[in-house]
Design a binder for this molecule. Structure first.
Ligand code: AGP
Length: 362
């Protein structure tokens, strides 16, 4: 066990720190100049709409990708929780593509959804980390994430790798749909350059992030509840941040869309109910900041995660480097925060209570 952890105290920490390599590995063989190669999908038609189905962290990755699929592929996307999808009477469109996401490839509900869609005659693309798993074998086509074995029950690097594949999927369909539009081509090339730069940026940022995570974990270890807020591409990350905190440290946490808090949840805010807010340097920045100020004016404490070059009046600021894909840095930052919190509180980081790595029962 000691050797497998490569000197790290826990598998989770090792897996968080491996993420620059995961980013690199996920891109191997996938890029040719400014083109994305997903030959696994070349034989399938460009879908009219996409339905993404998954559970837990994999669901959060799917929800995140909706923004990029709509932006770059201009394909409408629905994202569903597998256990809900299976027991409805879903109405699928004729030209719909089903995408199931599963790290393990063995999650019972996700597998059940895959089988249901296949029975109905729909092509199902699996995004999966485990070679030869049930999802990989049964899907019409499988895009393997290159995260390597994930031992810690809490999923970290697998989500990052799913996000890379999903972004590539968005760019790939954008390519197939808008091959000749020079404006769209330029936009795709721009985001690909941001993606290619990420491994190095993350590598440099991780040690600094770890120090910051430790400091904030100690400072906020008093909390019995936490809000995680995000808007746009940060919304699904807020859900993931909250999931990580609760499963590892057993602190109650809720992820919310920043714009929704004034519709009820803000009633909970007081000095003992802190918020972890994601304020990326994008079109939503000013709106997110005004949400944060509303919380502060009700005496709520806030950890605000910002990108370098932006400003906000707040005591606890957590700066991450500038990039057009801040989600790939914010995710490890939040993972480290939950890790440090759980370790500080003496919880079983790699094997949280009541949880299994893959949920093979319904
Ligand atoms: C996340 O930390 C959890 N371990 C859990 O939510 C997990 O993502 C979920 O059970 C789905 O697993 P899968 O990706 O293997 O299908």
């Amino acid at each position: 066990q000691g050797a497998a952890k490569d000197g790290y105290k826990h598998f989770m920490l090792k897996e968080i720190m491996e993420q620059p390599k995961v980013l690199r590995d996920c891109l191997v063989g996938r890029l040719q100049d400014d083109r994305v190669c997903l030959p696994e999908l070349d034989g399938l038609p460009v879908p009219g709409s996409i339905r993404i189905i998954a559970c837990g962290t994999s669901y959060n990755a799917g929800l995140w990708s909706q923004y990029y699929l709509e932006q770059f592929a201009e394909i409408p996307v629905i994202v569903e929780i597998a256990s809900e999808f299976r027991y409805r009477k879903p109405i699928l469109k004729a030209d719909e593509l089903i995408v199931v996401i599963s790290q393990s490839g063995e999650t019972a509900d996700t597998l059940g959804a895959l089988r249901l869609c296949k029975e109905k005659g729909y092509p199902v693309v699996g995004i999966c980390n485990v070679l030869g798993s049930s999802v990989a074998r049964e899907a019409s086509a499988c895009l393997y994430t290159q995260a390597g074995p994930e031992i810690s029950v809490a999923s970290t690097k697998a989500m990052l790798s799913q996000m890379v594949l999903l972004l590539l999927l968005a760019l790939y369909y954008g390519q197939r749909k808008n091959a000749d539009c020079s404006h769209a081509k330029k936009l795709r090339a721009g985001i690909l350059n941001e993606l290619k730069a990420l491994p190095e940026i993350l590598e440099g940022a991780l040690p600094v992030m770890r120090d910051k995570a430790k400091k904030f974990a100690y400072q906020y270890a008093y909390a019995k509840s936490f809000f995680y807020l995000g808007r746009g591409t940060a919304y699904s990350l807020a859900l993931e941040g909250a999931l990580k905190l609760k499963e590892l440290s057993y602190i109650h946490a809720e992820g919310y869309a920043t714009g929704e808090i004034k519709h009820g949840p803000i009633a909970l805010i007081d000095p003992d109910f802190p918020t972890f807010a994601l304020a990326f340097d994008d079109d939503n920045f000013n709106k997110v900041c005004s949400g944060i100020l509303e919380i502060k004016s009700r005496q709520g404490n806030v950890i605000a995660l910002l990108q370098e070059g932006t400003e906000l009046e707040n005591n606890d600021l957590w700066y991450i480097p500038q990039t057009k894909l801040p989600e790939f840095l914010a995710l490890p930052a939040m993972q480290l925060f939950s890790y440090e919190m759980a370790d500080y509180l003496g919880k079983d980081v790699d094997q949280p209570r009541n949880l299994a790595k893959s949920v093979t029962v319904e």
